[in-house]
Each structure stands twice: as structure tokens, then as C-alpha cells.
Write a protein that binds this ligand. Structure first.
Ligand code: ZN
Length: 206
């Protein structure tokens, strides 16, 4: 196609973005960038009430985005060999995450079920696995898929199902006025694709 020139110029910013992602941003730079954003919204970053705000934001990010420093395989590396073949369910695990589209919180509960294939996890591991993925920039659809896939890859169960119910601040705070809307997403792997297995899980998390 004669539009080759245009295609190339479109690709250039993409490469630049990838380079930016790899560039290590220091805390000093992050603080300065937040001051600029405070000015951008029309406030005065040098006024007393805002002086410490950039530091507080960066500190809160340690917790909110701590998942980037953790790997699911580290959380899941200890498991117990056993003969358990019955469904294991942990329901209503509370989580708090951040929407990657608006940088606003979304939060709710996640329920996880799996059918063991000779290996079971300590129950706290499932809650920690939720933290690994929730404490990142997320969308709810990806969150359940990442939890399900990491369990499939690490534990090799017969199947996994993850159900997430959450409220999104970006829906309730931007004037759409659906304050009580709850979004439900699920990820279904392996044996949970069979209706009877899925029904047993859904009955247990009711
Ligand atoms: Zn959003």
C-alpha cells in the first residue's frame, strides 16, 4: 500500500511509549510529576495543604500497586500433596483494586473454586494470590482471568472458576449515577465448563 510512510509514523510513538515504560522513574521525578498534575487540575501545589500530598500519594501507591513486586508463582510455590479430589472453595475474599482506565478504585469480593488433582493449597494462599493481581492497575475481566490462569499453570488442577463482584468508583463518581451497580465477571477453566461442576460451585458461593 502507498500509505507505508503513514504507518511508520504511527509506530514511532508506540516505541517511545515502550521505552518510557522501561525507563526507571525516580521518586523525586514522581513527586515532581504529581505536583504538575495538581497544578493541571487548577490548584496550587505549593499551598500548605498540598505540600505533603505528593509524598502521601507515592506512599499509598506502595500498597495500592504492591502487586507489581510480587509474582504468583512465589505465592503458590508451597502446596500439600494429598488425595483430595473434592472441590475446594474460598468465597467472598475482599479485594481493593484500581481501574486502569480511570485510575479510580474498584472493590468487592472474589470467590475461587478449584478441583484438585492431588495437590491442594493452604487456604491463605488463595487470598494472597488475589492481592498479587488486585494490587495493580486492572480491569475486572483481566483480574479473574489472571487468577484462574495462574492457578491452572501452577497447581494443575482439573479446573478452576473465579467469580468477582465489584463496584467501580469510575461508574458511580463520574455522573453516570448508577451508584449501586455491581459488575460481575467470571473466569471458567477446565472441568468447570461442565454444567454440574459449575452448578456445585455456584451453589457453594451463594
Ligand atoms: Zn474505570
Amino acid at each position: 500500500m502507498p500509505k507505508t510512510g503513514k504507518t511508520t509514523s504511527k509506530r514511532a510513538p508506540k516505541r517511545a511509549t515502550a521505552q518510557n515504560a522501561k525507563r526507571k522513574i525516580t521518586e523525586v521525578q514522581a513527586l515532581e510529576n504529581i505536583r504538575e498534575l495538581l497544578a493541571y487540575i487548577g490548584d496550587d501545589p505549593s499551598r500548605e495543604g498540598l505540600l505533603e500530598t505528593p509524598k502521601r500519594i507515592v506512599k499509598s501507591w506502595d500498597k495500592l500497586f504492591g502487586g507489581y513486586k510480587q509474582r504468583p508463582q512465589d505465592v503458590l510455590k508451597t502446596f500439600v500433596e494429598g488425595s483430595c479430589e473434592e472441590m475446594v472453595v474460598l468465597k467472598d475474599i475482599e479485594f481493593y483494586s484500581t481501574c486502569e482506565h480511570h485510575l479510580q478504585p474498584f472493590f468487592g469480593t472474589i470467590s475461587i473454586g478449584y478441583l484438585p488433582n492431588g495437590r491442594v493449597l493452604g487456604i491463605s494462599k488463595l487470598a494472597r494470590l488475589v492481592e498479587v493481581f488486585a494490587r495493580r492497575l486492572q480491569i475486572q475481566e483481566k483480574l479473574v482471568a489472571q487468577i484462574a490462569d495462574s492457578l491452572m499453570e501452577t497447581l494443575h488442577p482439573h479446573g478452576v472458576m473465579v467469580v468477582c463482584k465489584a463496584k467501580h468508583m469510575c461508574i458511580s463518581s463520574r455522573g453516570i449515577e448508577k451508584h449501586n451497580a455491581v459488575m460481575v465477571t467470571s473466569a471458567i477453566r477446565g472441568a468447570f465448563k461442565k454444567l454440574e461442576v459449575r452448578s456445585e460451585f455456584l451453589e457453594m458461593i451463594k
